[in-house]
Design a protein around this ligand. Structure first.
Ligand SMILES: CC(C)(COP(=O)(O)OP(=O)(O)OC[C@H]1O[C@@H](n2cnc3c(N)ncnc32)[C@H](O)[C@@H]1OP(=O)(O)O)[C@@H](O)C(=O)NCCC(=O)NCCS
Length: 149
């Protein structure tokens, strides 16, 4: 299993996962735009068994020494195997190397698997945005994690 930067060639595989998992998926153009930005970090987990396959990806936007995680996704058939945890740990390490000290994210209040994963990885709940998500309408829980130097 390899953790590496997402490239333009990965967008097709990423979009398959994105469309499967999210009611309001990002578009391919959206990923492409972010891949071009110096202040973005987009990573994939690639598996090298029989053939190379993308099984998970995550993205973050950096501002000074803080960042926002914009995407976290694990292919449906590869969830609950620790891949989300592995992806986040790798991202924390690379963000830390880029000088990031604090990470923010938001998550649907009903997304218990994600909430548990983020709490296990050191995120603290520190805010609520009422009715932030649509389709279905739902609150966003805001979470923050401090990265150790
Ligand atoms: C949220 C998400 C990223 C988590 O990824 P994941 O790879 O399933 O995460 P992990 O496997 O590291 O941990 C998830 C659960 O699997 C369990 N798990 C981990 N390894 C396991 C194993 N070997 N055997 C059984 N269970 C295991 C964890 O304990 C955890 O259990 P919990 O739900 O009771 O807390 C993934 O479910 C996903 O892509 N969901 C849809 C998209 C989404 O919601 N993204 C987040 C938006 S904020």
């Amino acid at each position: 299993m390899t953790l590496r930067e997402m490239t333009v060639d990965d967008i097709g595989a990423v979009m398959e996962i994105e469309r499967d998992l999210f009611p309001d998926p990002w578009t391919a153009e959206g990923f492409l735009t972010f891949l071009m930005r110096d202040d973005a970090m987009f990573l994939v987990i690639e598996e090298n068994r029989k053939k190379k396959e993308i099984i998970a990806y995550a993205g973050a936007l950096m501002v000074l020494d803080e960042c926002d995680i914009t995407n976290v996704a694990v292919r449906r058939d590869r969830q609950r195997e620790g891949n989300g945890g592995f992806l986040l740990e790798g991202m924390f390490r690379l963000l830390s190397e880029r000088g990031i000290r604090r990470i923010h994210l938001e998550v649907r209040s009903s997304n218990e698997t994600a909430l548990r994963l983020y709490e296990r990885k050191g995120f603290i709940r520190d805010g609520l945005r009422k009715g932030y998500y649509t389709g279905p309408l739902e609150d966003a829980i805001l979470m923050t994690k401090e990265l150790e130097v």
